[in-house]
Every structure is written in structure tokens, then in C-alpha cells.
Design a protein around this ligand. Structure first.
Ligand code: SAM
Length: 349
């Protein structure tokens, strides 16, 4: 009986996994989602520069574009002189990518394959690739779980000494104050209505927000570094102590995370940053609201442990466990909060 139940549960999991994956690729088949990416000016400028400034690395090379979408990175690689580009994506949008490739006179260089990178075969005669391009980063760097697909492709096909774009990533944590009306207090009395239920939801959700650099109350600190040449599977798992030094007096309403990725060879290396100081990207910043604000002064410390792991409920989501401690002039505050980040909800899809 127990076995039967276990098998049924395993069956449910597998079905749920397939449903989630189908929804994920359906989302990426929507034009507005791809449009959002190909119109993200800061993101595109970084890829354009990194590939365009490193033409020598691409000339005559075989390139694999993992999750090619509308093929922008493949086209940049072709323009940089790649001999052959294999563009792979499981979303149906790639039927348009085939036309884009033809319309840009690249059909002799770029081959578009529709399928999951974990399931496709490379075209005959290609055993290894010299370069892998992959825009794998999700919200808070790791949501979307695409890093696993990049690692799969790297281990299977990247030739010794081959290159990955981007090949390095850093995740940072900082403290912010809320803009007027943006802190959680607003939900207690919104036009005389108690919306405390939303407040409680916000306290348990990692929210995607476009922060203004003037909201920063501390410098950011590094909580994760990744070298994509060596990163093992499940690299998103993180548990690290952090220490934020406050830079000015006021109230800290939330912690936030942002990331950057590096690509290209020195001295023509390019960094794509999602910091509030950098130009806006579709990744925004990820905000972790505190239940109660901290009253802080310059040089004081907010310290604690930042933990991140894949969501047990969603292949593409993340869960965070963040503790903090702050010794203010008047009182000592300590706390620990859990947050989840669902891949689908933030885009409202
Ligand atoms: C963030 S988009 C990037 C699109 C494109 N590279 C660009 O830069 O505009 C990620 C793409 O990867 C695709 N993708 C994600 N995981 C994949 C996998 N395991 N196999 C094939 N395609 C995948 C998605 O369908 C989506 O189109």
C-alpha cells in the first residue's frame, strides 16, 4: 500500500514537472516575453559589445546558443565571424527565429533546432562546440533554473579550452529604505481599507522592483560568486553570512539583491549589471521586505545569514531564508524571514 502511494506521489510529481515545463515554454513562446528581452537596451548593449569587441574569439568558430529565443545572440555571433552557429530553443517562437535567420542572410551559418537542450542532437559532423552563448540568468540570478541547462550543455559539448558567454556571475545583497508609500505600512490603511493580508503576502514574497539608487542605505556585499567553467550542478544553493555597513541615517525597510555577469576576454571584458546604479534591465532588483523597519545610523552593521535554494514546489522558483541582526542606538533588532520567488507570477503571466 505504502509503495503504491509513493508511486502515485512520484507520478504526480512527474506530471506536475511536465505541466510546469510546458507552461514555461508556452510563456517563452509569447511574443511579448521575447519582445521584452530583445528590447532590453542595457542587456542587448552588453551582449553586442562583448561579442562585437571579441570578434577574434568568434572568427571561424562553432557556437552553440542555448535557449536562442529570437536568435539575437546567434546573429551577433554570425556577424562576429562564427563559421557555424547552432541555435536551440524548445519554445515554438523559434519558428519565427528561422525566418529571422533567413531575412538576415544567415541561413548558411545559423541552424535553428527546436527542442530542449537536454534532448537534442547536434547536427551531423558536430561533436563539440568552441563557444556556448546562454542568457541563462533569471530574477535574482537563479530563478528559471536555466543554469542547469547551461551546465548540461557545457559538460556535454564544450570543447576543451572553449568559451562561455557570460562566464562569471556575482550576486549581491544590500539594504534600502522605502520610497514614499512603498513600504509595507501602506497596506494597513489603503483609502481606509485594511489590506493587511497583502502586507503579510509581501512579507513572504521576494518582490521584483525597480529601485532608485537614492534608496540605498548600505553598500552592497557579495553573497555568491560563480565561475561558469567550473560551476557544478545545483550551484544556486547558497548559505552565507553577510555584513552590511550602513551609509546614512534613516530607516531600512528591506534588503535587496542584484547581480552582474561578465563576458568576453580581457582587456575587452564586458559586465552586465542589474545594480540600481546601472541602467534599468528587465531583471529589476529583488526586494525582501522586513516586517518592521530598522532605525539606523552610519557605520552601524546589519548582519545575518542569507540562504537561497530551489523551490520545492516549482522547478523555476526560489526560496530564501534571511536572518538579520542590528544593534541600533536605542534597541537591538533580530529577525528571520522566509521568502519565495515564483518565476511566473512576477511577469503577471
Ligand atoms: C531568457 S530567454 C533568452 C532568449 C535569447 N537567447 C535572447 O537573448 O534574447 C531564454 C530562452 O531559453 C529557452 N530555454 C530555456 N531552457 C531551455 C532548455 N532547457 N532547452 C531549450 N531552450 C530553453 C526559453 O524557451 C527562452 O526562449
Amino acid at each position: 500500500m505504502e509503495n503504491h502511494l509513493e508511486n502515485a506521489a512520484a507520478g504526480d510529481c512527474a506530471r506536475d514537472y511536465r505541466v510546469q515545463q510546458a507552461l514555461y515554454f508556452k510563456m517563452y513562446s509569447r511574443l511579448e516575453v521575447q519582445e521584452w528581452l530583445v528590447k532590453d537596451a542595457a542587456r542587448n548593449a552588453a551582449y553586442r559589445q562583448a561579442i562585437g569587441w571579441n570578434k577574434a574569439a568568434f572568427r571561424g568558430k562553432t557556437v552553440l546558443d542555448v535557449g536562442c529565443g529570437l536568435g539575437m545572440l546567434s546573429l551577433l555571433a554570425a556577424a562576429a565571424g562564427a563559421r557555424r552557429v547552432i541555435a536551440v530553443d524548445a519554445a515554438s517562437i523559434v519558428e519565427y527565429t528561422r525566418h529571422i535567420v533567413v531575412d538576415n542572410s544567415c541561413a548558411d551559418v545559423i541552424t535553428v533546432l527546436r527542442g530542449k537542450v537536454e534532448e537534442i542532437e547536434l547536427p551531423e559532423g558536430i561533436e563539440k562546440v568552441d563557444i556556448i552563448l546562454c542568457d541563462w540568468m533569471g530574477y535574482c540570478l537563479f530563478s528559471g533554473n536555466m543554469l542547469e541547462s547551461l551546465i548540461f550543455a557545457r559538460d556535454k559539448w564544450l570543447a576543451p579550452g572553449g568559451l562561455i558567454y557570460p562566464d562569471a556571475a556575482h550576486l549581491y545583497l544590500g539594504a534600502i529604505t522605502g520610497q514614499a508609500g512603498e513600504d509595507l505600512e501602506q497596506w494597513n490603511d489603503l483609502y481606509d481599507i485594511n489590506m493587511g493580508a497583502i502586507r503579510r503576502r509581501c512579507e513572504a514574497t521576494a518582490l521584483l522592483k525597480r529601485l532608485d539608487a537614492r534608496q540605498l542605505m548600505s553598500k552592497v556585499v557579495l553573497v555568491k560568486t560563480l565561475d561558469l567553467y567550473t560551476a557544478p550542478r545545483h550551484s544556486c544553493l547558497t548559505r552565507t553570512h553577510y555584513e552590511l555597513k550602513v551609509t546614512r541615517s534613516g530607516h531600512v525597510h528591506a534588503l535587496f539583491a542584484c547581480f552582474d555577469v561578465g563576458m568576453g576576454q580581457y582587456p575587452r571584458r564586458v559586465w552586465l549589471s542589474t545594480s540600481p546604479h546601472a541602467p534599468w534591465t528587465h531583471w529589476n532588483q529583488t526586494v525582501f521586505h522586513l516586517r518592521a523597519p530598522l532605525t539606523v545610523e552610519p557605520e552601524q552593521l546589519i548582519r545575518g545569514v542569507f540562504s537561497l535554494k530551489p523551490s520545492p514546489k516549482s522547478i523555476y522558483g526560489l526560496e530564501f531564508d534571511i536572518s538579520f541582526e542590528h544593534k541600533g542606538r536605542e534597541r537591538r533588532a533580530m529577525g528571520r524571514q522566509d521568502y519565495s520567488l515564483d518565476y511566473f507570477l512576477p511577469q503577471g503571466l
